[in-house]
Design a protein around this ligand. Structure first.
Ligand SMILES: Nc1ncnc2c1ncn2[C@@H]1O[C@H](COP(=O)(O)OP(=O)(O)O)[C@@H](O)[C@H]1O
Ligand SMILES: [Mg+2]
Length: 246
């Protein structure tokens, strides 16, 4: 079976800075894969390349067997690895309408699906509204939400789609403990049986959520493995975890 996502020797430079230095990464179908690494390691840049927001200088990106290297975001989204990140909230739309848009996008993958009844889209949007705890804020403009609420909505937008591959860049950043715990439970529940690539700095979250973890340090993946293997990996401890087991 094709991997959900494969990166081969992906490089990217910004000015004089070589941000990614030949990244190899494989995310299997149905796997929850976490990408960890110190600040500035190039994690978000890697997501930009996968989702088509920036082009790699070299290397190949293959999603579900299809080469998407250098494809623009709309095309990546349409053909396969529809991915959503922190920029997906429409501030001028209500919370519910943001979720309707996401659910609508989810229904347009096939010719016949375009005529999915609107009540199905509504049902999906409302289900997600409850799941992210924003039912009381359904009619509020997204721009008026608190930061944590916007992050929750962001997550809801990503999860309301039926995207085969979901990319989440630090989904719990800026949330307090209770909010982060709820967000993680939501991610866990809604990504069951789907493929997730998540950047996350909270180690407890990473170790409890991920099937496998890849560690990016200075633009290279230095290790990939199960949480137990990563925890025990000497290179990872030295390069990233400061010699202390997480
Ligand atoms: N659009 C850009 N223009 C210039 N430099 C960038 C750009 N995007 C990222 N970088 C640089 O790439 C490096 C890695 O950044 P980033 O991918 O955001 O790291 P991480 O997400 O792992 O913290 C940083 O030094 C950052 O300044
Ligand atoms: Mg980042």
């Amino acid at each position: 079976m094709n991997a959900a996502l494969e990166l081969h020797g992906v490089t990217r430079r910004y000015g004089a800075t070589q941000v990614l230095r030949g990244v190899d990464l494989r995310v299997a179908q149905g796997e929850r894969h976490a990408l960890i690494g110190p600040n500035g390691a190039g994690k978000s840049t890697l997501f930009d390349l996968i989702s088509g927001r920036a082009r790699p200088d070299d290397g190949r990106i293959v999603a579900n067997g299809i080469d998407i290297t250098g494809e623009p975001p709309q095309r990546v989204a349409r053909t396969l690895a529809r991915s959503f990140q922190t920029t997906s909230v429409f501030g001028g739309l209500s919370v519910l309408d943001n979720l309707r848009c996401a659910a609508l996008g989810a229904s347009s993958s096939g010719f016949l699906d375009r005529w999915l009844p609107s009540r199905k889209i509504d049902a999906r949007a409302h289900a997600m509204l409850d799941a992210i705890g924003l039912a009381e804020r359904a009619c509020e403009l997204a721009a008026r939400l608190t930061y944590a609420e916007q992050r929750a909505l962001d997550l809801g937008i990503a999860l309301a789609t039926d995207a085969p591959l979901i990319l989440l860049d630090e989904p719990t950043a800026g949330m307090n403990r209770a909010e982060a715990t709820r967000a993680l439970a939501l991610i866990r529940a809604t990504t069951e049986g789907r493929t997730l690539l998540v950047i996350e700095h909270d180690m407890d979250a990473v170790f409890s959520l991920a099937d496998r973890i890849s560690v990016l340090v200075r633009g290279r993946v230095i290790a990939t493995g199960t949480p137990a293997a990563i925890r025990a990996n000497r290179d990872v401890r030295q390069a990233y975890l400061g010699g202390v087991a997480p």
